[in-house]
Write a protein that binds this ligand. Structure first.
Ligand code: UN1
Length: 512
């Protein structure tokens, strides 16, 4: 491909010129000590080179951790409302640049422009939420069991936070983690997914423009082995927050055990929409379509399973298949497109292999089922929105995370059966019910063992001021976003102030 063609694409969609990007370490844009770079190309059009990025190594990572560690000494002592001022500014900058950032993000990872605007909006929301928290960061005061003694518990930061972030929400998830880390007084080293370094660089540009002191936020691009592993091994990093696959999360947990780092893991999902016989079927179809094919199904919270009551099953399947067939697939920057490509050749291959697995298992293909390779599609990683019907709950397509535009529809005869099927997977991120019956809604709300639950809405649509995360193999007991996110990036210090002037022994000198 020639540079001229790249420019044509960039110009057509008002994109940045292709160039080499640097790491951001200690307030400077610097090249990797490796001397190597890697390319990042548009998944909708491999001719379009987004940029080249530093293929960093352990030296770069350790330099970033050292910088973050030095900056920590003054950042932790900066009053939290003052730290908040930087975050308010970042929120304003992201708001000002929302469309520009979103266009680059669509170019970088493929989802449609409306969705990348939502991604940037989520980062804005998170910046403002965390900034507001700067005047709260509530602790606890409580009476003492002794006379003239004052008890309280306060939050303290941990030190350097290491963030390993995914490509599907390339700015929202770094913001969930990063804004919470910063407001608590931690400094940050972030390794973005290799498929979306630019989104995290754009976030760093906003933080730099907001005047964040040097070393407080550092970005090191590169691979998991070369950058991620040294982060896990560096004893100055005190907390790791990771979003990605369950397999990688497990390895991270093990790798962090020897240095007793705090670890927050956000991993896989196999989320379900339950459609009851009294549901508004058209609304449920709208929800299933958005839940399954938003972000081309590449969300941890994607509705990759649906269980529909036998009484409405045929109507639901027919309508969902018809609507899925009508979705327009293509370049997410084109306003006439409903669904973008898969993020990479590897991801597309996974989708294709699951379509084969589903067909071999005897599931009935009612929409899609093929990669798109003709004409302009040949330049990207496109796949048709795909619906399997008559899926059995034990089939692999109903059990395993696919992370692509494929959903598996199953049958049930009752709410109890739907809940049993819903809970029968190893993940526990998100679930939802469509029903007009409040008793059913509350029963499912209580009995679905997932971290997120929706009524008359799909499995996606989390807002930043509520905890985000899941049970079982989705998480390790933590949540991010909301006030729960503050818990990941702070720890408690219980403080006892004895102003009696006497030695008072707790549990012993307690008689009046
Ligand atoms: C994810 O599913 O990977 O709830 C994150 C949503 C978004 C975040 C999703 N706010 O769909």
């Amino acid at each position: 491909m020639s540079a001229v063609e790249t420019n044509t694409f960039a110009q057509k969609y008002q994109l940045r010129e292709t160039r080499e990007y640097s790491n951001y370490i200690d307030g400077q844009w610097v090249k990797s000590k490796s001397g190597k770079t890697f390319e990042n190309r548009n998944p909708a059009n491999q001719d379009d080179l987004v940029g080249t990025f530093q293929e960093s190594n352990a030296d770069d990572l350790n330099a970033a951790v050292d910088a973050a560690s030095r900056a920590y000494e003054s950042w932790r002592l900066t009053p939290a409302p003052k730290r908040a001022e930087f975050l308010f500014k970042v929120g304003d900058i992201l708001k000002r640049d929302k469309d520009k950032i979103a266009r680059e993000m669509t170019r970088e990872m493929g989802k449609v422009f409306d969705e990348t605007k939502g991604d940037v909006q989520e980062a804005i929301d998170m910046a403002f939420l965390a900034a507001g928290e700067g005047r709260r960061l509530f602790g606890v005061t409580t009476p003492s069991e002794l006379h003239n003694k004052f008890n309280m518990a306060v939050r303290m930061p941990l030190g350097v936070a290491g963030l390993i972030t995914p490509w599907n929400f390339p700015i929202a998830i770094p913001a969930w983690k990063g804004m919470a880390a910063l407001i608590c007084g931690n400094t940050v080293v972030i390794k973005p997914a290799s498929l979306t370094p630019l989104s995290v660089i754009m976030l760093a540009e906003a933080l730099e423009e907001a005047g964040l002191p040097k070393g407080v936020w550092n970005v090191v691009t590169g691979g998991g082995r070369e950058v991620g592993e040294p982060m896990l091994n560096n004893s100055k990093v005190r907390v790791i927050s990771f979003t990605g696959s369950t397999d990688v999360g497990r390895d991270i947990n093990v790798a962090c055990a020897p240095t007793f780092k705090h670890v927050h893991l956000e991993m896989g999902g196999k989320n379900i929409i339950m459609v009851m016989d009294d549901a508004d079927v058209d609304l449920a179809v709208d929800g299933a379509l958005w839940g399954a094919f938003g972000t081309s199904g590449q969300r941890c919270t994607a509705a990759s399973r649906v269980v529909a009551h036998n009484k409405i099953y045929d109507e639901f399947v027919e309508k969902l298949a018809a609507r899925a067939k009508k979705l327009r697939v293509g370049n997410g920057l084109d306003p006439n497109v409903d669904m973008g490509p898969n993020v990479s050749a590897g991801q597309l291959k996974t989708v294709e292999s699951y379509v084969k697995i589903g067909s071999d298992e005897g599931a009935r293909l009612v929409a899609g089922g093929h990669a798109l390779r003709d004409g302009d599609y040949a330049k990207g990683f496109f796949h048709e929105p795909t619906v399997f019907a008559d899926v059995k709950p034990t089939m692999r397509v109903a059990q395993e995370e696919i992370f692509g535009p494929v959903t598996a529809v199953m049958r049930c005869d009752s709410l109890e059966e739907a809940i049993e099927i819903g809970n029968s997977v190893k993940y526990g991120l998100s679930s939802s019910i469509y029903t007009q019956n409040i008793n059913k809604a509350f029963t499912a709300m209580r009995d679905m063992y997932t971290g997120i639950f929706y009524v008359n809405a799909p499995t996606i649509g989390a807002e930043v001021h509520l905890p985000f995360g899941g049970t079982k193999e989705t998480g390790n007991g933590h949540r991010e976003a909301g006030v729960a996110g503050i818990d990941v990036f702070s720890e408690w210090k219980s403080i006892y102030v004895d102003y009696s002037g006497n030695l008072q022994r707790a549990q012993i000198d307690t008689e009046l």
